[in-house]
Design a protein around this ligand. Structure first.
Ligand code: NAD
Length: 509
């Protein structure tokens, strides 16, 4: 049941912005938003001018003093209401994700659920913001530390998780007492706009959360405006590096999460059948457009590699590719024609570089969706570390098998790679797993868990060129990122005592 889902009534619609609690219409430099399953334009999105972004920053700045002083318990109440509204409107948001990103509906629901988890965590903000207090640090002197919000915070997000990645950021930023300007991806703008309306319905005061749609002009305005105190970015490594260097040069606190090339090590003692199925989901789920996707399978030993490749080949014959709205499908299209061309170009390159293309997904045609950006799952064997298909992030349904002689050699490959976002080992050997987790130079590690995306109670981030900055996204790190510590020392001397000037440095010694 493949359905062409483009709504012709919406084609001319231009998605604008959400500023100071209201929709702002805009027809500045509209870009088409595609339905990647059909290759049709579904709507347009305006590219905010500098002046529009400044309007959003001004709204956030004027909302800040009152929001900062709103008791955390009241902020949490709004988060609770927001969570219920999200759950009530889940299907609407998920439909927008599938129509504009292309991912299959249950994957979109998974993304959405992971975003809602962060809202759950933000509901506990009262506990998270509790400070520290010490009585009698000196005579009649008490001292405490508190976590204060920092002001206007901006979030800049990628196309591949249009609901979840913004929710990695704004629920905690807002719960901590900041105000927020979100600049989502121009490729799939509808989900963030829906979420903005739900926040308003939940009772969030106007100006606390704003959305500006746009491109480099909007981003550069956020990077340069002195009213923006901090920036959370998630996207590709070249842009993450640009955001980090420009933002920090302009005196802002910046966390910039970048790209990835995530390796799984398959040890000879692994449960191979389960491992292969785990690899299928982790490599081809969401068409490989996940920063935690497994794109390299390092098989230890020739026998392991031969078995894994044979079983992957068989599984790939069963992979159902088509419109994400059809529940039968496992994998949808790539996001745009440009991205399709880029990913297909990497498959061509891998063949030229001498890797063995065991399963070739090029040339796949999905009946009734001939103009969609569909690429079938691709599997390369005998990939080596000097190949560009190994070194570079492809961000598509392409899995590279590398053969290694030992766990040490497999781990060395991972450590030598420029990215360090996620990794995983499949084994039944606790000692091998423990050694791997302890020593591998990667930020998020799975043991028989192919996508070790931390739950909202922990924080998300990579090492090496997968993260610029010191603090991870969501979880406990987000409280540190979205607040500034202040330590106050107070003295209420007992009355009537005449005091002398003290020239020595105060000490209890
Ligand atoms: P991207 O870097 O192209 O875009 C991300 C954001 O930056 C978008 O909002 C975009 O409008 C903006 N942007 C793009 N070019 C810009 C420029 N020249 N100047 C200023 N802003 C610019 O990334 P994408 O293609 O949307 O997303 C895919 C990438 O994101 C992949 O590399 C993926 O690994 C990465 N990603 C990383 C994580 C993580 O947590 N590490 C999570 C999701 C995605």
């Amino acid at each position: 049941m493949n359905t062409q889902s483009s709504n012709h009534a919406d084609v001319k619609k231009i998605v604008g912005h959400f500023i100071n609690g209201a929709d702002v219409a805009d027809d500045n430099r509209p870009l088409p938003v595609m339905n990647p399953a059909t290759g049709e334009v579904s709507r347009h999105v305006a590219m905010a001018s500098k002046a529009t972004v400044e309007e959003a920053i001004a709204a956030a700045e004027s909302a800040f003093p009152a929001w900062r002083n709103t008791p955390p318990a009241k902020r949490a109440k709004i988060m609770f209401r927001f969570k219920y509204l999200l759950e009530e409107h889940a299907e609407e948001v998920v439909a927008a994700l599938t129509n504009e990103h292309g991912k299959v509906l249950d994957d979109a629901m998974g993304e959405f659920g992971r975003g809602v988890e962060v809202v759950d965590y933000a509901c506990g903000i009262g506990e998270l913001l509790k400070g520290e207090y010490t009585k009698n640090v000196g005579p009649d002197i008490d001292s405490w530390s508190e976590l204060q919000p920092i002001g206007v915070v901006a979030g800049i997000t990628p196309f591949n998780f249009p609901a979840m990645v913004p929710m990695w950021m704004f629920p905690m930023a807002i719960a901590c007492g900041n105000t927020f300007v979100l600049k989502p991806s121009e490729k799939d703008p509808s989900a963030p706009m829906l979420v903005a309306h739900l926040l308003k319905e939940a009772g969030l005061p106007d100006g606390v959360f704003n959305v500006v749609n746009g491109d480099k002009e909007a981003v550069d305005t956020l990077l340069e405006d002195p009213r923006v105190q901090a920036i959370s970015f998630v996207g590709s490594t070249p842009i993450a590096e640009y955001i980090y260097s420009t933002g920090t040069k302009n005196g802002k606190r910046v966390q910039a999460l970048g790209g990835a090339k995530n390796h799984a090590i398959i040890m000879p003692d692994a449960d191979i059948d389960n491992t292969v199925r785990a690899l299928m989901g982790a490599a081809f789920g969401s068409c490989g457009e996940r920063c935690m996707a497994i794109s390299v399978a390092v098989c230890v030993g020739e026998k392991t590699a031969d078995t894994v490749v044979d079983k992957l080949r068989a599984e790939l014959q069963e992979l159902k590719v088509g419109n994400g709205t059809d529940a039968c499908n496992n994998m949808g299209p790539l996001i745009t024609q440009d991205h399709y061309d880029k990913v297909k170009g990497y498959v061509d390159l891998g063949v030229k570089e001498g890797a063995d293309l065991v399963v070739d997904g090029r040339g796949l045609v999905v009946e009734g969706h001939e103009n969609g950006y569909f690429l079938g799952g691709c599997l390369f064997d005998n990939v080596t570390s000097d190949m560009r298909i190994y070194q570079e992030e492809i961000f598509g349904p392409v899995l590279c098998v590398v053969r290694a002689e030992s766990q040490e050699q497999a781990m060395q490959l991972i450590d030598d790679h420029e990215y360090g976002n996620g990794t995983c080992i499949f084994t039944r050997d606790g000692e091998a797993a423990r050694y791997f987790a302890d020593n591998i130079r990667v930020g998020m590690v799975g043991i028989n868990v192919p996508l070790p995306v931390p739950v909202a109670l922990h924080s998300f981030g990579g090492w090496k060129r997968s993260l610029f900055g010191d603090l991870y996204a969501y979880g406990p790190d987000s409280v540190r990122f979205y607040t500034r510590r202040k330590t106050i020392t107070q003295r209420w001397p007992s009355g009537g005592v005449r005091e002398k000037a003290q020239f020595s440095f105060p000490s209890n010694q």
